[in-house]
Structure formats: C-alpha cells, structure tokens
Design a protein. Sequence first.
Length: 116
Amino acid sequence: QVQLVESGGGLVQPGGSLRLSCVASGFIFSSYGMRWYRQAPGKERELVAGITYIGGRTNYADSVKGRFTISRDNAKNTLYLQMNSLKPDDTALYYCNAQGRDNVYWGRGTQVTVSS
C-alpha cells in the first residue's frame, strides 16, 4: 500500500522556521522525483519545490527561493522541506507528491500557519 505521510506543520510567527517531512512507503522512493505543493484557502494548489530522484537537481517557486530548501534521504525514504523566514502568505496546506514514469502519489497534507 502506497503511503506518503507528511508531518512538521504547525503555527509559527512571521520570520520563523519549520521543517516538513514526508515519509514514503509502498513504492521505490529512490526512483521517483519528489515535490512539495501547497494550497491556501480559496486558491489553487501550487508547486513549491521539486527534487530529482537522486537529489541532483532542485527547483523552487519564485515566491520561496532563498527561503525554502528541499532535500531527500533515500536511505530513509524521506523528503524534507526546510522553511525559513516564513511569511503569512506561506500559510497553506502542504502536500508531498511523488512523480514516477507511470504513477503519481499524494499525501494528505500538513497545515502550516504563519501568524503573529
């Protein structure tokens, strides 16, 4: 059974940091490109960051460049998103996504709220 389980969300003040994790199971994690998406209330889901299957290349939305860092540990089947200098506009439900050649998997999300 394929599972992507996100954790690490919460309430943080502007300027603070959070580290999201996504633990994968039920598929060959190291063979999949991985992404973080987010969706704020009333808005469409947007791509936040992506990383290739061996972690050699990353890409980021312009809105998070220089503040967020995506990484992965294939030995632990885990994807990470380090989020620094958080802003209220970063408030959203954050989803983990696995992109393979023939399959796409999604987690259920972890809520990040940035507020004073």
